[in-house]
Design a binder for this molecule. Structure first.
Ligand SMILES: [Zn+2]
Length: 433
């Protein structure tokens, strides 16, 4: 017995403290060895790959959904287990133009940029991850020459159809040099929800440096880590998101490549994003706005430069899982029937981490016809048409896309006819009558 005990204790000594370092992962920003876990959500399948009836009997690949924080530069990241070509291929289903609020956001950005920086018919605007041309169409309408760079073939084809010139490539140093040689330098480079999705963030930022004209500006929008922690949006951690960014870590990456962030804006889109504005470090203008320093101070005050901030959050996520399961177990013991609403990527992180399957949730419903008839990855909960709710009359509707909860509750208000209620799982389990 004592033999066994000492062997076990030796194993803890070897693997306990340094178990993360033992895996030999390096920070994608600064190259330091990754030693500290931010959130470990176990193994999960790719969240955009729905299971079809034909593939139902086949195995599904799962990959670790383990986010680390770098103790040197504090970049939160998931090692790239899955090649980007596999994540963003011709099956990638997200077309930006299907969201009306996102189109409005793009349109108001374009008029703001034209007002503030005076872009016109002699300017060149390049968007990285330009999707189906949802944003560049507004620059094109204003007579500003545009070029989209988009790796997914089906969305790029939709952009070309709208008359938006688009190159089907991933962006990095090589693509930037090629575009500069063929189209000239860019006066504006922009990218929305792309910075977090690139496995080699240094190569990406080096590409921005290479393509930007001497007096050019760039803007990037991305979800801010501060908001993820404050709002408890841990379900936004999934394999397509390689990095979880703070303003300060992003400013550091750009600075390493000779680029300076001169402004930052808070945005309410996508569960708490920010928009950063940058230029060459040696350009005389635009001047650095006071908001830059204020944002850095806000992140510092929150604890961004202390490892404890990240470790405490990992514990909060575990408690969140216990709370959701406790609630669902309670409902099932009372014989309640639960359906879900939606089939978003974040919903799959939540269901798979919590181990929620058809034992708790009978089915989910989604308005998009190409998802109906399939199954959610991992949990294999069937995806049906919203009308099924009126026939099945579940007691609870578990809302997976919590960012759209007001819209969904309005749409599904009819469930109240039989006493149906809504449940929003995050930031904490909330029942809405
Ligand atoms: Zn680092």
């Amino acid at each position: 017995m004592s033999h066994f005990m000492s062997a076990a204790m030796a194993a803890v000594a070897i693997f306990g403290a340094n178990v993360d370092e033992a895996r030999g992962r390096s920070c994608r920003s600064c190259g330091e060895k990754l030693r500290h876990t931010f959130v470990d959500l176990g193994a999960s399948p790719l969240c955009q790959r729905h299971v079809t009836p034909e593939s139902y009997d086949q195995a599904e690949a799962t990959y670790p959904l383990h986010a680390y924080v770098c103790h040197e530069c504090f970049l939160v990241q998931i090692p790239s287990y899955v090649a980007r070509e596999q994540l963003f291929d011709e099956h990638y289903g997200y077309f930006s133009s299907f969201s009306e609020s996102w189109l409005e956001h793009a349109e108001s950005y374009v008029s703001m940029m034209i007002r503030r920086f005076g872009f016109g018919r002699n300017s060149k605007v390049v968007e990285i991850a330009s999707n189906d041309g949802y944003l560049l169409q507004y620059f094109a309408r204003a007579g500003v020459p545009v070029l989209g760079i988009e790796p997914t073939m089906n969305t790029a084809a939709a952009a070309l159809k709208k008359g938006i010139p688009t190159i089907t490539e991933f962006f990095g140093r090589d693509t930037a040099r090629m575009v500069r040689a063929s189209h000239g330098p860019a006066d504006l480079i922009l990218g929305n929800n792309v910075l977090a999705h690139v496995p080699d963030i240094n190569d990406f930022v080096a590409g921005v440096k290479a393509l930007l004209s001497p007096s050019g500006v760039f803007t990037f929008e991305f979800p801010q880590l501060l908001r993820l922690v404050e709002g408890n949006y841990w379900d936004t951690i999934y394999h397509e998101h390689f990095s979880y960014l703070s303003f300060t870590t992003v400013a550091g990456i750009f600075a390493r490549h000779g680029l300076t962030l001169f402004d930052v804006e808070d945005l309410s889109t996508h569960g708490g994003s920010i928009r950063v504005f940058g230029r060459h470090a040696d350009a005389p203008s635009p001047a650095i706005e006071e908001r830059v320093q204020a944002m850095k101070e806000r992140e510092k005050a929150a604890g961004h430069f202390e490892l404890g901030y990240y470790e405490r959050y990992g514990e909060r996520v575990k408690e969140s899982k216990r709370e959701i399961l406790e609630f669902l177990i309670g409902l099932k013991r009372q014989g309640k029937r639960i359906a879900a609403y939606g089939a978003p990527g974040k919903g799959n992180t939540l269901l798979n981490y919590c181990g929620i399957r058809t034992d708790f949730i009978d089915f989910t419903v989604d308005r998009s016809p190409h998802k109906q008839g399939n199954y959610l990855p991992g949990s294999r909960i069937p995806i049906l048409a919203p009308e099924v709710v009126w026939a099945e009359k579940p007691d609870y509707i578990f809302i997976l896309p919590w960012n759209l909860k007001d819209e969904i509750i309005r749409q599904m208000a009819g469930v109240r006819a039989w006493g149906g209620k809504f449940v929003v799982p995050l930031p904490k389990v909330t029942v809405i009558d």
